[in-house]
Design a protein around this ligand. Structure first.
Ligand code: DAH
Length: 344
């Protein structure tokens, strides 16, 4: 009986040599290794053997099954590569056919604006500093001169986590403190950074306000930074971003973290200041909040305000994107409607 194993091995291996395509190869597989194949039948005879022979016999059938399996795989690989070689030889694959067009994703309109911003600010020597979306109340408010119960906290309705000390940042300004502390080396080094990122406010969602939006914060700290640096820098940005002749104007304003503070308008780039619907016939578009970094904020960032000074600004890329493309509703930005997004 034990010769049956060797007989089957010999027979199977020589039959395998004859198989040259995948159909006959899979026939071979069912004939020998399939559920009702020759090897299976050998396993079936174990029960009829004298008990002392069963173990040895079983082991040999196992070995046979393993060997045939390996031989099968080897043959299969060989046949595959022969088929491929033949196809290539006979030219069945026409490599001159044009490929299927690859579907390409587009960049989100805000991402595009951010990249434009980043390029311009990088050319002007500003590095990108990535701060965090989940912030501490302390950084988002207190260290920016907005102590608890400060009325200006109401300007920004906040999403808190279950821990009231932790929130989603309502603006990118808390990154100012982090950048100063991290890059300022204990208030000894000048810095020039922009801080782009998502901000969150608990607001009624309307065509003009969303619960999430992006901002780009800017911060420059040095020994001799003055208001004229801020004005010149923003004017230069506006020229590069909007138009080389862009006029800029500054209006006095209030932010707790800057003193003095101002809002920046650029001449409407849609009507060149003539007055149109977009600029509400004023000829001007508001592009940023800005100011000289408040001494307390400098101190909170580790700088001595009697030696160091700085300017800061905050801009809203979505607004700029909306103006540029005539987008009427801010909800399109994060609504994930591909019909909107694919236009960019
Ligand atoms: N953080 C302000 C806001 O979200 C914007 C802002 C104003 C940022 C003045 C600044 C600044 O850095 O100097 O409304």
């Amino acid at each position: 009986m034990s010769d049956a194993i060797e007989d089957i091995r010999e027979e199977a291996l020589s039959a395998l040599e004859q198989r040259t395509d995948s159909d006959s190869l899979s026939d071979w597989h069912s004939q020998y290794l399939g559920r009702r194949g020759a090897v299976g039948r050998l396993f079936g005879t174990i029960g009829g053997l004298p008990p002392e022979e069963r173990a040895a016999f079983g082991q040999r059938v196992n070995a046979l099954q393993k060997d045939l399996g390996a031989a099968f795989e080897e043959r299969e690989a060989l046949i595959q590569s022969q088929l491929l070689a033949r196809d290539l030889e006979e030219g069945e694959i026409d490599i001159s056919l044009p490929a299927y067009p690859r579907r390409r994703g587009g960049l989100h309109p805000s991402t595009r604006t951010h990249r434009e911003f980043q390029t311009i600010w990088a050319d002007m020597g500003f590095q990108v500093y990535q701060s965090r979306d989940v912030e501490e109340d302390k950084f988002n408010f207190t260290l920016l001169n907005l102590p608890p119960h400060h009325p200006a906290r109401d300007m920004q309705d906040t999403f808190y986590t279950t821990d009231p000390r932790v929130l989603l940042r309502t603006h990118t300004s808390p990154g100012q403190i982090r950048a100063m502390r991290e890059l300022g080396a204990g208030g000894t080094k000048p810095i020039r950074v922009i801080l782009p990122g998502m901000c969150y406010r608990q607001e009624q969602v309307t065509a003009r306000s969303e619960i999430q939006f992006t901002q780009v914060e800017g911060l420059a700290i040095g020994r001799n930074i003055r208001m004229s640096d801020l004005k010149g820098t923003i004017a230069e940005f506006a020229k590069r971003m909007y138009n080389p002749k862009a006029k800029v104007r500054y209006r006095a304003s209030y932010f707790p973290f800057t003193e003095p503070s101002m809002e920046v308008d650029v001449e409407c780039f849609l009507c060149d200041g003539e007055g149109c619907r977009v600029c509400k016939y004023t000829g001007w578009l508001e592009i940023a909040g800005s100011g000289m970094v408040h001494p307390d904020v400098l101190r909170n960032g580790g700088y001595d305000p009697s030696v160091w000074s700085g300017f800061a600004f905050g801009m809203g890329p979505e607004r700029i994107t909306m103006l540029k493309h005539g987008i009427q509703d801010i909800r399109y930005f994060w609504g994930n409607d591909l019909r909107f997004l694919q236009q960019f």
